[in-house]
Design a binder for this molecule. Structure first.
Ligand code: 4AD
Ligand code: MG
Length: 483
């Protein structure tokens, strides 16, 4: 067995015929015993599919077969032969069987049955071994790969923005502080304030909320770049769509106006969907079935009208609806749920921020397709967005998706130095600290735009999962930072 080359389950299932003896390693999903044979469903994570191993109990010690339990790791050699049973066309007829690692059934937490997602969240260290989580992780990998493929093919450069920074790109004050100061004995300055000069970086430092500002520096040199990395936000929102640590994809393009940027966003989203269908159909089919099962226990009103794959196809086939904030505002103000006071946040005055209930109404009920809203009131958007000629709105755009709401946020950037510094003053952003950023506007400034895709929100859409905690290996949310 030792000198044989192991073959992965995915490769094995793709083989039409194979006459030599093979070696497969993986974990036991289930074991079923009949009079003349023991059937083991085995999985190695390379695919959602298991292979069936057939063991003749007369050829193996009973003691060994007893150790073949759910979760145990095994190595099997044998012949890949036509299966007599239904459910699989081929099976592995075991010649040798070795238990690599036992999984005591009295203490192994995962049983061969459906566990609730809540239970699995408490068990995040073992949940990659479930079909659902493994499928999600494969989709996640594929989508990440597709992002690099998409941008590389277009000549964009992958740019690494820092995670440790002294700036707050969104200016929302939701940063996690980074310090090596002794929190039991914080040094104070002459004014009695924390003396950050004594801290590691000799400055107040935090984890980044976005790589955008550094991305802009690169775009104004390389023309088209994208970042793809973790971002951190200490917003205290315990929702199904928010994480304190999430991954963001942030392309930044010189010489793009807002419309160019919307075109790119729509093209990228469709590419990601198509790529995932092309490369993960087995996993998507599994996740679609999972969702159908789950929805059986849900009230009819909460069930999704379309199946997962239909929703993905639907996005591919639709032209995203593009409307201005003002148009969206009018539709929402005159909408039934607003008039009947069904919205939690009523839409009454121009300038109100749109909530996820409003976004989902526009996407799911009104237009029934993805929507891009642009030209938002300047007061509800970040300082770096380009002021429109009306002096009231900025060149912002949000892409809204069914079941998700906002999946992308972006804008054309304010490239005019005087207007940018004026906005920073209004928003009380100290320009001394941001001098490096302003240099891009001082020297060779150009029209440019960019956006940020919330990677986990994309994975939510691709997998049909409804809670963002289930599409990242180790979710960080208020009160949760295990592992
Ligand atoms: O709209 P946001 O805040 O935009 C930015 O950060 C810009 N700097 C992007 C840019 O123009 N380069 O965030 C972008 C996206 C949102 O649309 C959402 O999908 C996701 O990031 N996002 C979150 N995802 C999970 N948890 C959170 N707490 C998130 N906050 C934002
Ligand atoms: Mg946003």
């Amino acid at each position: 067995m030792e000198n044989q080359k192991r073959i992965k389950v995915k490769a094995l299932l793709g083989l039409k015929s194979f006459s030599d003896e093979i070696l497969v390693k993986g974990w036991v999903r289930t074991k079923r015993e009949s009079k003349n044979a023991v059937f083991i469903a085995m999985n190695d994570g390379s695919t959602v599919h298991n292979i069936q191993v057939v063991v003749n109990p007369e050829l193996f010690r009973e003691q060994l077969l007893k150790r073949v339990t759910t979760g145990a790791s095994i190595a099997v050699t044998g012949l890949w032969v036509a299966s007599l049973g239904s459910g699989q066309t081929k099976e592995l007829q075991a010649k040798t069987l070795k238990v690599l690692g036992d999984a005591n059934p009295d203490s192994y937490p995962l049983q061969p049955k459906r566990h609730s997602l809540e239970f699995l969240r408490e068990m995040a260290h073992l949940r990659p071994r479930t079909n659902t989580m493994a499928a999600i992780l494969r989709v996640r990998h594929t989508a990440a790969f597709a992002i690099h493929q998409f941008f590389n093919d277009k000549g964009f450069f992958y740019f690494n923005s820092p995670l440790l920074t002294t700036s707050d790109a969104e200016g929302a004050g939701e940063t996690f502080k980074v310090t090596t100061l002794n929190l039991e004995k914080i040094p104070l300055d002459e004014l009695g304030k924390v003396d950050y000069r004594k801290d590691f970086f000799e400055k107040e430092t935090n984890l980044t909320v976005s790589g955008q500002l550094e991305g802009e520096l690169a775009a104004l040199a390389l023309s088209e770049i994208y970042t793809f990395g973790p971002t951190f936000r200490a917003e205290n929102s315990n929702t199904k769509r928010h994480l304190a640590e999430f991954w963001m994809v942030e392309p930044e393009m010189a010489f793009y106006d807002l419309k160019d940027s919307m075109d790119l966003a729509e093209e990228m989203l469709k590419y990601l969907v198509q790529y995932t269908i092309d490369h993960c159909l087995d996993d998507l089919t599994f996740l679609e079935k999972r969702e159908i099962e789950e929805q059986k226990n849900m009230p009819v009103a909460e069930r999704s009208e379309q199946s997962l794959l239909d929703r993905l196809q639907f996005v591919l086939a639709s032209n995203f609806k593009r409307i201005s904030y003002t148009e969206a505002f009018q539709i929402l103000r005159n909408s039934k749920p607003n008039k009947k006071r069904k919205f939690q946040f009523l839409v009454d005055n121009w300038g109100v921020d749109l909530q996820s209930e409003h976004e989902r109404f526009l996407v799911e009920k009104h237009f029934k397709k993805p929507v891009i809203i642009y030209d938002y009131p300047k007061d509800i958007k970040s300082f770096y967005m380009r002021l429109n000629d009306d002096n009231k709105t900025v060149g912002a755009m949000d892409v809204l998706f069914p079941r998700i709401g906002e999946i992308i946020g972006g804008s054309q950037r304010e490239e005019r130095l005087d207007l940018l510094t004026k906005r920073m003053k209004e928003k009380r952003i100290p320009s001394v600290e941001m001098d490096w950023f302003l240099d891009t506007r001082r020297f060779g400034t150009v029209e440019h735009s960019g956006f940020g895709l919330g990677f986990e929100r994309m994975i939510l859409f691709l997998t049909g999962m409804s809670n963002i905690r289930d599409v990242i290996p180790f979710p960080r949310t208020p009160g949760n930072c295990e592992y």
